[in-house]
Design a binder for this molecule. Sequence first.
Ligand SMILES: [Zn+2]
Length: 454
Amino acid sequence: MLSIVDRVVDSEMDGMVADLQTLIRQPSVSAKKQGLVECANLVSAVMKKAGIKSDVLYLGDDKSIPPIVYGQAGSRSNPSKTLLFYNHYDVQPVEPLELWDADPFSGKLEGNYIYGRGSADDKGELITRIKAVEYFLKKTGDVPCNIKFIVEGEEEIGSVHVEQYLQKYRDRLACEGVIWEFGYVDAKDRPIISLGMKGLLYVELVSVGPSRDAHSSLAVLIENPAWRLVSALATMRDANGKILIKDWYKEVRDFTHQEIEVISHEPFDEKEFKEEYGVSRFVANAQGSDIKRALVGLPTCNIAGLNSGYIGEGAKTVLPARAMVKIDFRLVPEMVPEIQLQRLKDHLSEHGFGDIRVNFIHGEAAARTGISDPFVKQVERAATEAFGSAIVSVSSAGTGPMHSFAKVLGSPCISVGGTYMFARIHSPNEFARVDLLNKTTKCICRIMENFSSY
Ligand SMILES: [Zn+2]
């Protein structure tokens, strides 16, 4: 089925590419606070040019917190339904620079590829949303439902203030549905519609020994903090990945029949995946549908970094004064980061490791939109029409601030977009594909049309 704006999307591709290049050419690295306000202003200008009302909004007087860009296009034909687009204008650092074939902020176009940091993540996704609105306004003088945008500048550093922004501007951002900032397209050009994200609890455990590094002959007398830390870690997880902390899984619910059905249809190429990562087996020897269920719905306890003592060349006989480990726990729906943190602390003291310090770094709950929500079918229909086929996924294995949106706005969130899975996001030579920008824009147009009857 054709959308009334399909032809406009096709005929205006050069304009979309040019606007994306303009956005890429404005560096906006949140980790370095580089160019953020400039980029927010630029996004706002691109929106205004598209016919979208836009403001750059701050959280308060502290202007060191990057602003959000708000956008709004009201519908005359259907003012009762509002769809919100969530995106981000910040990007990851470009290093290592020497591995780029061209300037990371050049936005170089080569055939079907536009290269540059942010070309896919997330400026490429953002431009498809803006253009979908622009083309509707151009073609019909209206949009099929009310449209709002929130474009933040701290996604790549953990969306530190997005929940506060949502609270502060909750009335302005009120909506009935949210289209998430990204969406992958697999190697067979099928978009993956993801209905959720895992949560995260990130901590540091620090074990402190003698007041300074000591001669290792004293290991007969002085307890080694690295051994204490390793012993503590060994009590937390078994060899099959099961977390041994009391009540860790207490709130975790089983998949519904409907979820199991959807998960069974999610593609996963076990052989290709193992080759890609150079591994011969999975945790707990997972096979078949267990692999997919683990990705969607298993909590994890992952050692992200481990540091103690001498790690230079050759031998140094030393008893270190301190040992530290960084751990990320992925969480699934109903797990509350603060409660899990307390369970971890209780576990350590109950096992005789009460002296190990637990530093809380980051906590974020999981979120999941129910499969039976009518919004899901609408997005699936739109994506299938625009791309030829689509895959529905119960949840991404990754983490994002989706729970904040669900909690503050009370709206279902769905992730769909046009980022090719191997588009090297966060890596050198990141690219966007022009053909996928085209299809994604058509998909967004259809989502807007379908949403008018949500
Ligand atoms: Zn990213």
